[in-house]
Ligand binder design. Structure first.
Ligand code: ADP
Length: 408
């Protein structure tokens, strides 16, 4: 059996999974792991394998330390690179800029090109690169493949991709809509076609990735024609802690009148806004509890969240002209039936009707939640970004006649 090691490297954590790229979407990975508190004295490694959790605590100095520790622990469990046939390492990379529109076999040159995109994602790309550099050192004989969150949206039509700002300034500073969560939007739109047994090319879809970060996309025949996240993942829907779209004039107002620095405003809009900024919590289970206790702030936060969601659903219905499916995915989309119900309430005249009983079913795989007489099929499709990354990495690796071949 062949596997792919999938790595999602953050600034102080590394998430990894060992995945069979031929697995079904609902299958658990062979192994999943998490290195936390990198750079701190209270570092922790958690590995889940065969239904058991193995936790070890020790200082983890840096990403090299974290990944070395993980590989050793995997080998001890008999599921490491020395015992398994690992055919590729798939790295999640947040920003591919204008350069990367497809998964990319990683060479030294590719690492430098990902480095060049750092100004576009200063918080994410450096950590992604750390993971790539360390993993290539530790596993030099396995092909490494970068999978970009932005790649799915590289072909957005210009009217959706470009902002109505001075085009010289935009071009000089690479300002455009890049979009994010691409791996997930692509995965669920394809999975929906399979679930309905319909050709992807025949479907107009609205995909709603509602996790802590949240984005919506309009997908025509498998290709996105619009998406809510923009140059950065701050745009679009109201999210757990991010504001989503706001009047850009607010930023000038805060700088001029409240004397806030750019970094303070950045922090405010990314970390202290969204549902959390209004209700004080960003977990939708807690939010629901507060709403049931008639907490007005929780109700207001929820109402704004739903208002923005309906705003974009409406926009994408018009952009697509005809809608075949609306798909809910990620933590909130897969689990919160209230969000699904309220996002699509009272839209019967547009052919959208949720079946309350179906909507109540627990999250156990792809399912239809619309009524039989709903023209639009409303689906819940659990996303599996790691499997999607594993499949793409395996494909790229298989296309290389020689693992040592340089990409460019
Ligand atoms: P991330 O964007 O961090 O990858 P996820 O897609 O895992 O996030 O979504 C995490 C969010 O999903 C949580 O913050 C929580 O709001 C929501 N969530 C998870 N489980 C449930 C549930 N059973 N009911 C409602 N919301 C849930």
């Amino acid at each position: 059996m062949s596997y792919v090691l999938v790595i999602n490297s953050g600034s102080s954590s590394i998430k990894f999974q060992i995945v069979d790229p031929a697995a079904r979407a609902s299958e658990d990975p062979l192994v999943s792991g998490l290195v936390e508190q990198i750079g701190e004295t209270n570092g922790r490694l958690t590995i889940t394998h065969a239904g058991e959790k193995h936790v070890s605590q020790q200082p983890i100095a840096d990403h090299t330390d974290g990944l070395k520790l993980s590989m050793r622990a995997l080998d001890r469990l008999g599921v490491g690179p020395t015992s398994l046939d690992i055919i590729a390492v798939g790295h999640r990379v947040v920003h591919g800029g204008m350069v990367f529109s497809a998964p990319q076999l990683i060479s030294d040159q590719v690492v430098e090109m990902i480095r060049d995109q750092i100004p576009l994602a200063p918080l994410h790309n450096p950590a992604n690169i750390d993971g790539i550099v360390v993993a290539r050192e530790l596993l030099p004989d396995i092909p490494h493949v970068a999978i970009f969150d932005t790649a799915f949206f590289a072909g957005l039509p210009p009217a959706a991709a470009l902002y109505a700002i001075n085009s010289e300034v935009a071009a000089e500073n690479q300002i455009r809509r890049y979009g994010f969560h691409g791996t997930s939007h692509e995965f669920v739109s394809q999975a929906a076609a399979e679930f309905l047994d319909r050709p992807l090319a025949s479907l107009n879809q609205i995909t709603l990735h509602l996790g802590n970060g949240a984005s919506a996309s309009a997908v025509h025949a498998g290709e996105p024609i619009d998406t809510t996240m923009g140059m950065t993942p701050l745009a679009g829907l109201a999210m757990g802690t991010r504001s989503g779209d706001i009047d850009p004039g607010i930023i000038f107002h805060l700088a001029r009148t409240a004397n806030m620095s750019i970094d303070e405003i950045d922090n405010l809009l990314n970390k202290r806004s969204g549902v959390k900024g209004i209700a004080g919590v960003n977990d939708f289970r807690e939010l629901r509890q507060m709403i049931e206790e008639e907490n007005q702030d929780a109700w207001l936060a929820y109402s704004i969240y739903i208002h923005k969601l309906r705003h974009f659903i409406g926009a994408y219905m018009i952009a697509l002209g005809r809608v075949d499916t609306i798909i809910f995915t990620a933590g909130v989309g897969e689990n919160d039936r209230f969000v699904r119900r309220d996002a699509l309430a009272d839209l019967e005249m547009y052919g959208i009707k949720i079946d309350e009983e179906r909507n109540r079913l627990p999250n156990d795989g792809p399912r239809l939640i619309s009524a039989d007489d709903s023209a639009v099929r409303v689906l819940v499709i659990p996303t599996n970004e790691e499997l999607a990354i594993a499949q793409k990495a395996a494909e790229v690796a298989a296309a290389q006649p020689d693992a040592d071949r340089v990409a460019f």
